[in-house]
Design a protein around this ligand. Structure first.
Ligand code: BTN
Length: 277
Protein backbone atom coordinates (compact mmCIF):
# COMPACT_ATOMS: atom_id res chain seq x y z
CA UNK A 1 0.00 0.00 0.00
CA UNK A 2 1.28 3.50 -0.78
CA UNK A 3 1.14 5.69 2.30
CA UNK A 4 1.31 9.41 1.52
CA UNK A 5 4.50 10.81 3.02
CA UNK A 6 6.27 7.46 3.45
CA UNK A 7 9.71 7.58 1.80
CA UNK A 8 10.31 4.50 -0.33
CA UNK A 9 13.98 5.08 -0.88
CA UNK A 10 16.17 7.45 1.12
CA UNK A 11 19.63 9.00 0.89
CA UNK A 12 21.55 7.16 -1.79
CA UNK A 13 24.39 5.99 0.42
CA UNK A 14 21.85 4.24 2.63
CA UNK A 15 19.78 2.73 -0.15
CA UNK A 16 19.14 -1.01 0.02
CA UNK A 17 19.99 -2.72 -3.26
CA UNK A 18 17.11 -5.15 -3.49
CA UNK A 19 14.51 -5.45 -6.21
CA UNK A 20 11.55 -3.13 -5.65
CA UNK A 21 9.14 -1.62 -8.19
CA UNK A 22 11.06 1.59 -7.66
CA UNK A 23 14.47 0.21 -8.62
CA UNK A 24 14.25 1.75 -12.08
CA UNK A 25 13.67 5.20 -10.60
CA UNK A 26 16.31 4.52 -7.96
CA UNK A 27 18.97 3.74 -10.51
CA UNK A 28 18.18 6.96 -12.40
CA UNK A 29 18.31 8.97 -9.19
CA UNK A 30 21.58 7.32 -8.16
CA UNK A 31 23.16 8.67 -11.35
CA UNK A 32 21.77 12.14 -10.94
CA UNK A 33 24.06 15.02 -10.09
CA UNK A 34 22.56 15.62 -6.64
CA UNK A 35 24.07 15.15 -3.18
CA UNK A 36 21.26 12.99 -1.77
CA UNK A 37 17.70 12.15 -2.71
CA UNK A 38 14.35 11.02 -1.37
CA UNK A 39 11.67 9.58 -3.60
CA UNK A 40 7.98 9.38 -2.66
CA UNK A 41 5.30 7.64 -4.73
CA UNK A 42 2.73 9.97 -3.14
CA UNK A 43 3.41 12.97 -0.95
CA UNK A 44 1.58 16.09 0.19
CA UNK A 45 4.10 18.57 -1.19
CA UNK A 46 7.74 17.95 -2.11
CA UNK A 47 8.50 21.50 -0.93
CA UNK A 48 7.25 20.58 2.57
CA UNK A 49 9.36 17.43 2.57
CA UNK A 50 12.42 19.36 1.43
CA UNK A 51 11.87 22.10 4.02
CA UNK A 52 11.58 19.47 6.77
CA UNK A 53 14.65 17.67 5.49
CA UNK A 54 16.53 20.99 5.38
CA UNK A 55 15.68 21.49 9.08
CA UNK A 56 17.18 18.04 9.75
CA UNK A 57 20.39 18.91 7.90
CA UNK A 58 19.81 18.02 4.23
CA UNK A 59 22.91 19.01 2.25
CA UNK A 60 23.12 21.50 -0.62
CA UNK A 61 21.63 19.92 -3.78
CA UNK A 62 19.50 17.40 -1.83
CA UNK A 63 16.55 16.36 -4.00
CA UNK A 64 12.99 15.39 -3.04
CA UNK A 65 10.94 13.97 -5.89
CA UNK A 66 7.44 12.51 -5.98
CA UNK A 67 5.38 10.65 -8.54
CA UNK A 68 2.22 12.37 -7.27
CA UNK A 69 1.33 15.16 -4.85
CA UNK A 70 -1.88 15.48 -2.86
CA UNK A 71 -1.27 19.02 -1.59
CA UNK A 72 1.08 20.55 -4.14
CA UNK A 73 1.06 24.33 -4.02
CA UNK A 74 2.00 27.17 -6.27
CA UNK A 75 2.54 30.88 -5.95
CA UNK A 76 0.03 32.88 -3.90
CA UNK A 77 -1.15 29.71 -2.14
CA UNK A 78 -2.70 28.26 -5.29
CA UNK A 79 -3.22 24.52 -5.58
CA UNK A 80 -0.83 22.66 -7.91
CA UNK A 81 -2.09 19.34 -9.23
CA UNK A 82 0.38 16.45 -9.74
CA UNK A 83 -1.26 13.27 -11.01
CA UNK A 84 0.76 10.02 -10.92
CA UNK A 85 2.86 8.92 -13.88
CA UNK A 86 2.70 12.03 -16.03
CA UNK A 87 4.39 15.00 -14.37
CA UNK A 88 7.54 16.04 -12.58
CA UNK A 89 7.20 17.40 -9.05
CA UNK A 90 10.45 17.93 -7.22
CA UNK A 91 12.25 20.23 -4.83
CA UNK A 92 15.94 20.95 -4.30
CA UNK A 93 17.54 22.16 -1.10
CA UNK A 94 20.05 24.96 -1.60
CA UNK A 95 22.46 26.13 1.09
CA UNK A 96 23.18 29.58 -0.25
CA UNK A 97 26.56 31.31 -0.20
CA UNK A 98 26.60 35.00 0.86
CA UNK A 99 26.80 35.98 -2.85
CA UNK A 100 23.76 33.85 -3.59
CA UNK A 101 21.83 35.25 -0.60
CA UNK A 102 22.47 38.72 -2.03
CA UNK A 103 20.79 37.48 -5.23
CA UNK A 104 17.87 35.70 -3.54
CA UNK A 105 15.37 37.53 -5.80
CA UNK A 106 16.82 35.69 -8.82
CA UNK A 107 16.00 32.19 -7.54
CA UNK A 108 12.55 31.85 -9.13
CA UNK A 109 14.11 32.76 -12.48
CA UNK A 110 16.87 30.22 -11.79
CA UNK A 111 14.24 27.46 -11.57
CA UNK A 112 12.68 28.64 -14.81
CA UNK A 113 16.00 28.83 -16.65
CA UNK A 114 16.90 25.30 -15.51
CA UNK A 115 13.71 23.99 -17.11
CA UNK A 116 14.14 26.14 -20.24
CA UNK A 117 17.68 24.78 -20.62
CA UNK A 118 16.42 21.19 -20.44
CA UNK A 119 13.63 21.90 -22.94
CA UNK A 120 16.16 23.41 -25.33
CA UNK A 121 17.99 20.08 -25.19
CA UNK A 122 14.78 18.48 -26.47
CA UNK A 123 14.61 21.01 -29.31
CA UNK A 124 11.85 23.10 -27.69
CA UNK A 125 12.01 26.87 -27.38
CA UNK A 126 10.47 27.89 -24.07
CA UNK A 127 10.24 31.28 -22.37
CA UNK A 128 10.25 32.71 -18.87
CA UNK A 129 6.97 34.27 -17.82
CA UNK A 130 7.85 36.63 -14.98
CA UNK A 131 8.03 35.87 -12.13
CA UNK A 132 7.92 32.06 -11.91
CA UNK A 133 6.40 30.31 -14.92
CA UNK A 134 7.79 28.62 -18.01
CA UNK A 135 5.80 28.82 -21.24
CA UNK A 136 5.87 26.67 -24.36
CA UNK A 137 3.89 27.94 -27.37
CA UNK A 138 2.28 30.59 -25.16
CA UNK A 139 0.97 28.03 -22.63
CA UNK A 140 2.24 27.12 -19.17
CA UNK A 141 4.42 24.00 -19.07
CA UNK A 142 5.91 24.46 -15.60
CA UNK A 143 6.05 26.60 -12.49
CA UNK A 144 8.55 27.36 -9.75
CA UNK A 145 7.95 27.86 -6.04
CA UNK A 146 10.81 29.16 -3.90
CA UNK A 147 10.46 28.81 -0.13
CA UNK A 148 12.89 29.28 2.74
CA UNK A 149 13.79 27.70 6.03
CA UNK A 150 14.79 30.17 8.76
CA UNK A 151 16.46 29.76 12.14
CA UNK A 152 15.59 32.98 14.00
CA UNK A 153 16.73 35.64 11.49
CA UNK A 154 19.26 33.33 9.79
CA UNK A 155 18.42 31.88 6.38
CA UNK A 156 19.13 28.15 6.87
CA UNK A 157 18.22 26.84 3.44
CA UNK A 158 16.18 27.60 0.38
CA UNK A 159 13.94 25.10 -1.38
CA UNK A 160 13.30 25.46 -5.10
CA UNK A 161 10.27 23.43 -6.15
CA UNK A 162 9.42 22.75 -9.76
CA UNK A 163 6.26 21.32 -11.23
CA UNK A 164 6.42 20.30 -14.90
CA UNK A 165 3.64 19.04 -17.18
CA UNK A 166 5.40 16.16 -18.91
CA UNK A 167 2.80 14.01 -20.64
CA UNK A 168 -0.92 13.51 -21.23
CA UNK A 169 -2.88 13.74 -18.01
CA UNK A 170 -0.58 16.26 -16.36
CA UNK A 171 -2.59 19.27 -17.54
CA UNK A 172 -5.81 19.67 -15.51
CA UNK A 173 -9.11 20.05 -17.42
CA UNK A 174 -9.42 23.47 -19.10
CA UNK A 175 -12.30 24.61 -16.85
CA UNK A 176 -10.03 24.24 -13.81
CA UNK A 177 -7.24 26.32 -15.30
CA UNK A 178 -6.63 30.04 -14.82
CA UNK A 179 -4.33 30.04 -17.88
CA UNK A 180 -3.62 28.00 -21.02
CA UNK A 181 -1.42 25.00 -20.21
CA UNK A 182 0.47 22.42 -22.24
CA UNK A 183 2.50 19.27 -21.62
CA UNK A 184 5.89 18.53 -23.17
CA UNK A 185 4.78 15.33 -24.90
CA UNK A 186 2.04 17.22 -26.78
CA UNK A 187 4.53 19.88 -27.87
CA UNK A 188 7.11 17.30 -28.97
CA UNK A 189 4.64 14.78 -30.38
CA UNK A 190 6.64 11.95 -28.86
CA UNK A 191 7.00 10.43 -25.37
CA UNK A 192 9.38 11.99 -22.89
CA UNK A 193 11.42 10.14 -20.27
CA UNK A 194 10.53 11.92 -17.03
CA UNK A 195 13.63 10.88 -15.12
CA UNK A 196 15.99 11.82 -17.92
CA UNK A 197 14.24 15.16 -18.13
CA UNK A 198 14.72 15.60 -14.38
CA UNK A 199 18.46 14.94 -14.77
CA UNK A 200 18.61 17.51 -17.56
CA UNK A 201 16.78 20.12 -15.47
CA UNK A 202 19.22 19.53 -12.58
CA UNK A 203 22.06 20.01 -15.08
CA UNK A 204 20.47 23.25 -16.30
CA UNK A 205 20.04 24.46 -12.72
CA UNK A 206 23.71 23.77 -12.03
CA UNK A 207 24.75 25.75 -15.12
CA UNK A 208 22.67 28.77 -14.20
CA UNK A 209 23.39 28.60 -10.46
CA UNK A 210 27.09 28.90 -11.34
CA UNK A 211 26.39 32.36 -12.80
CA UNK A 212 23.56 33.41 -10.44
CA UNK A 213 25.45 36.42 -9.10
CA UNK A 214 26.77 37.52 -12.50
CA UNK A 215 25.35 39.98 -15.04
CA UNK A 216 25.19 37.08 -17.51
CA UNK A 217 22.35 35.64 -15.43
CA UNK A 218 20.24 38.77 -15.89
CA UNK A 219 21.11 38.77 -19.60
CA UNK A 220 19.80 35.18 -19.84
CA UNK A 221 16.59 36.12 -17.97
CA UNK A 222 15.96 38.88 -20.50
CA UNK A 223 16.91 36.72 -23.46
CA UNK A 224 14.23 34.19 -22.51
CA UNK A 225 11.66 36.64 -21.12
CA UNK A 226 8.14 36.10 -22.48
CA UNK A 227 6.55 39.04 -24.36
CA UNK A 228 9.63 41.24 -24.13
CA UNK A 229 8.88 44.60 -25.79
CA UNK A 230 5.27 43.52 -26.23
CA UNK A 231 2.06 44.90 -24.71
CA UNK A 232 0.28 42.67 -22.18
CA UNK A 233 -2.45 42.92 -19.56
CA UNK A 234 -0.84 43.26 -16.16
CA UNK A 235 -2.37 43.28 -12.70
CA UNK A 236 -0.77 44.48 -9.50
CA UNK A 237 -2.20 43.26 -6.17
CA UNK A 238 -5.45 45.05 -5.34
CA UNK A 239 -5.48 46.99 -8.63
CA UNK A 240 -7.37 46.76 -11.91
CA UNK A 241 -5.52 45.15 -14.84
CA UNK A 242 -3.81 47.64 -17.13
CA UNK A 243 -1.96 47.41 -20.41
CA UNK A 244 1.80 47.67 -20.09
CA UNK A 245 4.78 47.06 -22.33
CA UNK A 246 7.27 44.61 -20.86
CA UNK A 247 10.72 46.15 -20.94
CA UNK A 248 12.78 43.55 -19.10
CA UNK A 249 13.83 41.95 -15.81
CA UNK A 250 16.07 44.04 -13.55
CA UNK A 251 19.13 42.74 -11.68
CA UNK A 252 17.03 42.44 -8.51
CA UNK A 253 14.37 40.31 -10.16
CA UNK A 254 11.77 43.05 -10.73
CA UNK A 255 9.77 43.44 -13.93
CA UNK A 256 10.38 46.70 -15.70
CA UNK A 257 7.29 47.97 -17.55
CA UNK A 258 6.01 51.03 -19.42
CA UNK A 259 2.37 52.17 -19.26
CA UNK A 260 0.32 53.53 -22.17
CA UNK A 261 0.83 57.04 -20.82
CA UNK A 262 4.59 56.54 -21.17
CA UNK A 263 5.50 56.23 -17.48
CA UNK A 264 8.04 53.56 -16.61
CA UNK A 265 8.31 51.62 -13.37
CA UNK A 266 9.59 48.40 -11.86
CA UNK A 267 7.30 45.93 -10.06
CA UNK A 268 8.16 43.36 -7.43
CA UNK A 269 4.79 41.59 -7.40
CA UNK A 270 2.00 41.28 -9.90
CA UNK A 271 0.75 39.05 -12.64
CA UNK A 272 0.78 39.07 -16.41
CA UNK A 273 -2.73 38.01 -17.33
CA UNK A 274 -3.07 35.19 -19.85
CA UNK A 275 -6.11 34.20 -21.90
CA UNK A 276 -8.02 32.13 -19.29
CA UNK A 277 -7.52 34.57 -16.41
C1 BTN B 1 3.31 28.04 -9.65
O1 BTN B 1 3.10 27.86 -10.84
O2 BTN B 1 2.68 28.88 -8.98
C2 BTN B 1 4.41 27.23 -9.00
C3 BTN B 1 4.09 25.76 -8.99
C4 BTN B 1 5.15 24.97 -8.26
C5 BTN B 1 4.74 23.52 -8.07
C6 BTN B 1 5.87 22.68 -7.55
S1 BTN B 1 5.54 20.96 -7.71
C7 BTN B 1 6.91 20.59 -6.71
C8 BTN B 1 6.91 21.60 -5.59
N1 BTN B 1 6.05 21.17 -4.52
C9 BTN B 1 5.01 22.00 -4.35
O3 BTN B 1 4.12 21.87 -3.48
N2 BTN B 1 5.08 22.99 -5.23
C10 BTN B 1 6.23 22.87 -6.09
Amino acid sequence: MLVPGAPVIVVKALREHRMTPFDAIGSYLDQMDVSAWRYFPVVGSTNDMALNWAKQGAPDWALVVADAQTAGRGRAGRHWVTEPGCALAFSLVFRLSPDEIANYARLAALGGLGLINALEGLGLKASLKWPNDVLLSGAKVGGVLVESSWLADQLEAVVIGLGVNVSFGSVPPTEKLRYPAIDIQSALERPVDRWLLLAQIVHGLRNYRNILAEDAFVVACNQYLSWRDEWVRFQMPGEQPQRVRIMGITSDGRLSVETQSGSKFEVLTGEIIMRND
